[in-house]
Design a protein around this ligand. Structure first.
Ligand code: SF4
Length: 292
């Protein structure tokens, strides 16, 4: 059966739409079916570029996945919940990802790093840099209150340890990625991990707000019983910092409705010249596409 391109919404899609319409079109339209070797060259290039990750984005994911993987390992009796076992999981994952980087830079669908694709570092330097970042996050995590809580909780208190997760608002499919969800005597706890630099970009309250909307619907919990824990790690917060707040969910529901309408209208006008935002090109994974 032919795969069908389904419309769904996420905060990252919203961010991309507002940042550069050309990047949005490349990511969500041109790249469609780019995994298929019979697709045209543009689709295959857009798909390859869409899959690029920066070292920062990659290492944040490795850290988040290592926390969840270690909790699962503890549950299956394979290890203890401590920094050593989490670092071991992180190293395994970093090596696995590095080894999967294709030798040809144009191998659609394979994991690849922006820095390697664009020739801004070699494998060994990048691996060392990534290791340092993830180990720093893990050390921060084990100095935080959240690690003490997580270590004491029975595994049955955790929910949805696999990410990302989708849910529906009306007929619209929405994606979220809460890093940890668990219950304790205070209520339903939502944990989001962020790097210290993310504190300034102002997006984390919206990301957590999306998680709150999801949790209220998924677990039928009133909003006042939800505890949002935004944990900041990295060089800026060696002892970690926890912020308990999120963006107003009514406001966010309004943004989701309007943003998804605008995206659909934009996609329906496919032939229109896409406005571009060249001030964002410096870090954009599609710069090969736009600037050769
Ligand atoms: S390189 Fe610049 S113009 Fe092209 S998609 Fe990225 S941000 Fe937009």
């Amino acid at each position: 059966m032919e795969p069908v391109r389904e419309f769904s919404w996420s905060w990252s899609r919203h961010r991309c739409f507002n940042s550069c319409k050309k990047a949005y079109s490349l990511r969500y339209s041109t790249a469609w079916k780019g995994w298929d070797r019979f697709s045209d060259e543009q689709a295959r290039l857009a798909y390859s570029l869409k899959n690029l990750r920066t070292v920062d984005a990659w290492t944040v994911n490795v850290f988040r996945d290592s926390v969840r993987k270690t909790l699962m390992d503890v549950h299956s009796g394979r290890t203890h919940f401590n920094a050593t076992s989490m670092k071991r999981n992180a190293v395994r994952r970093l090596k696995q990802d590095m080894n999967s980087i294709p030798s040809s830079s144009m191998d659609p669908g394979k994991f690849n790093l922006d820095e390697i694709f664009y020739g801004n570092g070699n494998h060994d330097e990048i691996f060392d840099r990534a290791l340092e970042k993830v180990f720093m996050d893990i050390s921060c995590f084990f100095r935080s209150r959240i690690s003490e809580i997580a270590a004491k909780l029975p595994y049955s208190s955790f929910k949805d340890l696999k990410n990302p997760i989708s849910f529906f608002i009306g007929e619209l499919k929405v994606w979220v990625s809460p890093d940890l969800v668990f219950t304790d005597e205070d209520g339903l706890n939502l944990v989001g991990f962020f790097r210290g630099d993310d504190l300034l970009d102002g997006e984390w309250p919206s990301v957590m707000g999306m998680n709150v909307i999801y949790a209220c619907r998924r677990f039928s919990v009133p909003e006042e019983r939800i505890i949002p824990m935004n944990v900041f790690t990295g060089n800026a917060f060696p002892d970690s910092l926890c912020a308990y707040s999120y963006r107003n969910t009514g406001e966010l529901l309004g943004i989701i409705g309007q943003s998804s309408r605008e995206m659909r209208e934009f996609e329906a006008r496919a032939a229109e010249e896409h406005a571009t935002s060249t001030d964002k090109c410096g870090n954009c994974e599609f710069r090969r596409f736009c600037h050769g």
